[in-house]
Unconditional design. Structure first.
Length: 287
């Protein structure tokens, strides 16, 4: 489905559909409520109009149903669309259409597709070999890829969500684990699952590719990928980020982290002292 979203005619059609649905959702209930108000006024002024009370009730119900139809439809789709491919396509279409209109209005479709492809690939470390299995072992290359990914997501108004694109995040969605997935991709780790590795698969992926795992928070250093388990999750991995530094004496950690919507739009790296030894699931360093 993601490939179809790169079709600008389809993106435009979906975007127009989104606008129509929004207008219906807002305007029709307003019109119905105005109609209800008029009928109520007539009923108050003329007792004979009280026979319209059932119709007034039906108008209220219709207004409520129309207002909540998008929510009902989205819920139904999410049940059927188990991999979120349609929902992602719906969201991606708006982003691509707006970028097309604002940046390349009037150019032919093939040039715009080329622009989008090139635009997505910005932030890749050009000095790294991205052929499958030919991995950079340079921590600095990885950290440059992390910073490029964070900066690019912020500059291009990415949103928090689980990317299903290949390369990871190129559908405008990024999250904590997709940050690591995209940075790894950019330095040659292109044998990842569709959409990029996730928190639950990062451990196996990194260790199978030669990253040294530790469960000691004091092993966190520049370029470490850190997987943590939030309290109450029985030690299962729930979050990932990339460390810039860690001071064991103060507990202060500096890191790149795309784990929330606001973080994507903020300056990074972040400084915090939230993470403790009991939360560490794994600390991964390049051998």
């Amino acid at each position: 489905m993601a490939n179809y979203c790169r079709d600008f005619a389809l993106a435009g059609l979906l975007h127009v559909t989104q606008n129509i649905v929004t207008l219906i959702q807002i305007l029709v209930p307003i019109i119905l409520l105005i109609s209800v108000a008029i009928k109520l006024f007539k009923a108050m002024m003329n007792p004979d109009e009280k026979k319209n009370i059932p119709r007034i009730r039906n108008s209220f119900i219709a207004a409520a149903l129309i207002f909540f139809i998008p929510t009902i439809v989205n819920t139904a789709i999410s049940i059927v669309d188990t991999d979120n491919s349609f929902i992602n396509c719906w969201n991606d279409a708006k982003t691509i259409y707006i970028k097309f209109q604002s940046s390349y209005y009037g150019k032919d479709e093939e040039k715009v597709k080329l622009y989008i492809d090139q635009d997505y690939e910005k932030g890749v470390n050009k000095d790294s070999n991205t052929s499958s299995g030919n991995y950079s072992k340079n921590v600095e290359s990885y950290m440059k890829a992390v910073k490029n990914t964070v900066d690019y997501a912020r500059a291009n108004n990415y949103h928090y969500g689980d990317s299903h694109a290949t390369p990871p995040t190129t559908d405008g969605l990024i999250s904590c684990d997709r940050l690591e997935a995209k940075a790894l991709w950019d330095i040659g780790y292109t044998d990842q699952r569709a959409g990029g590795e996730v928190v639950s698969t990062l451990d196996g992926y990194l260790t199978s590719h030669g990253w040294r795992k530790s469960t000691n928070i004091n092993d966190i250093k520049y370029g470490s990928i850190v997987i943590v388990s939030h309290p109450g999750h029985n030690g299962t991995p729930t979050h990932a980020f990339t460390a810039v530094s860690y001071n064991p004496s103060t507990g202060v950690m500096v890191s790149y982290d795309e784990g929330e919507e606001w973080r994507i739009h903020a300056e990074q790296p972040f400084t915090s002292n939230y993470w403790t030894q009991s939360m560490i699931y794994g600390v991964y360093n390049m051998e």
